[in-house]
Ligand binder design. Structure first.
Ligand SMILES: Cc1cc2nc3c(=O)[nH]c(=O)nc-3n(C[C@H](O)[C@H](O)[C@H](O)COP(=O)(O)O)c2cc1C
Length: 381
């Protein structure tokens, strides 16, 4: 008997396995969890309008972004400290993404370093059968040298995009983490920062940051630079030839500025409801961003995606692809790399079925005509 039939099953199994500290870290959202939960509930409120009698015997979920081809539009989002879920952590997630021909985003705050993750997938790519596509999620730290060095290291290690998270000048107030006094386990370190602790920048406060991290102090609260602004984004653009994306945009105003300053892509995200509580669900914010961008750059969305029909709805609104965050952690917790494989297989299978049953053969067939218009309410009055 197969016990895991969907991502919600996987979540239940994973949650049962985790200790309180890790469970609250993964599940938590800001304050009353309204945005975290609304991310999911907003998908439930949208109806799909299917078309019949089209030959759906062959469904093609492939797509191309920045010249790279992917087998499915369901990508793996960045999340910190993945070794809290499974000892293979970010390497397992990246390997699974690679085998499935999808993108993996590595958090700045990963347990395995940028280079370790690249090495960890090398055997899969040597045969030439798999292409590993990884982007680095970048937090801009108070010591800019560190963030800029992370970008250089990502370039050298074969990453093909930089995702700057812009919704975290300060970490959101996650009450469950505060109540349970969240701790990164002592045996885990932040893989990307050990180099600086050894004195690469003698003036750098990073030795101090690493010490704080080892002391289980909330790293992001201490080191992320809250003065980050649009000029910094222009600087980051000058620093690298890789596409630079912004993660955490929720309005048409910011989307328009992003296009103006030359950003290469936008991820509509509210950090899985972990930052400012009561901001709109991402699927609600998505239409205005898509409309403002007018296909000039790719637009992605994350938050609350758990089913193939959620992916279908996000693509129908106009996202080029979607990211799943917590489901990666549930897969890792359940069975490491195999658990992430299972997660990706399940959601891809559901997407294929949603496409077939609504009469869409390929990704570019999916558009707003497949959604009940009255469900797509405007995100702002
Ligand atoms: C435990 C956890 C850690 C996260 N760490 C990061 C991070 O380091 N950087 C980042 O940009 N986003 C981080 N995120 C946010 C995810 O990238 C993503 O936006 C969010 O999880 C999407 O929502 P979902 O979990 O409902 O799919 C984290 C999310 C979780 C649940």
């Amino acid at each position: 008997m197969q016990r895991i039939s969907c991502l919600a099953d996987l979540e239940r199994e994973a949650v049962d396995k985790l200790d309180l500290n890790t469970r609250t870290f993964f599940q938590s959202g800001a304050m009353d969890l309204l945005t975290r939960d609304d991310n999911r509930e907003a998908y439930n409120r949208i109806r799909i309008i299917p078309r019949m009698l089209r030959d759906v015997s062959k469904i093609d979920t492939s797509l191309s972004i920045f010249g790279q081809t992917f087998k499915s539009p369901v990508f793996l989002a960045a999340s910190a400290n993945q070794r809290m879920a499974h000892t293979d952590g970010e390497i397992a997630a990246s390997r699974s993404a690679c085998k499935h021909g999808v993108l993996h985003v590595l958090s700045s705050i990963s347990n395995y370093s940028i280079e370790e993750v690249s090495k960890g997938v090398a055997d899969l790519t040597e045969s030439g059968e798999n292409t590993s596509v990884r982007w680095l999620q970048l937090y801009v730290f108070q010591d800019r040298h560190i963030s800029y060095d992370l970008v250089k290291r990502a370039e050298q290690a074969g990453y093909t995009g930089i995702v700057v998270t812009v919704d975290t000048p300060y970490a959101g107030r996650r009450l469950d983490n505060i109540r349970s006094t969240f701790r990164v386990p002592q045996h885990l370190s932040l893989g990307n920062f050990e180099k600086y602790a050894d004195g690469m920048h003698t003036h750098s406060p990073t030795a101090e940051s690493t010490r704080l991290a080892h002391q289980n102090v909330n790293y992001t609260n201490y080191q992320i630079d809250p003065s980050l602004n649009w000029n910094d984004i222009k600087e980051i653009k000058k620093l690298t030839k890789l596409p630079v994306l912004l993660k955490g945009i929720l309005t048409h105003e910011d989307a328009a500025i992003a296009v103006d300053v030359g950003v290469d892509g936008i991820i509509v995200s509210n950090h899985g409801g972990r930052q400012l509580d009561t901001v709109p669900a991402t699927i609600v914010a998505l239409p205005e961003v898509v409309d403002a961008v007018k296909k000039r750059i790719p637009v992605f969305v994350d938050g609350g995606i758990l089913r193939g029909t959620d992916v279908f709805k996000a693509l129908a609104v106009g996202a080029d692809a979607v990211f799943v965050g917590r489901p990666v952690l549930w897969g890792l917790t359940y069975d490491g790399e195999k658990g992430v494989d299972l997660m990706i297989d399940l959601i891809n299978e559901e997407l294929r079925l949603a496409m077939a049953l609504s009469g869409c053969i390929k990704i570019s067939d999916i558009n707003r005509s497949y959604l009940l218009k009255s469900d797509l309410y405007p995100s702002k009055l």
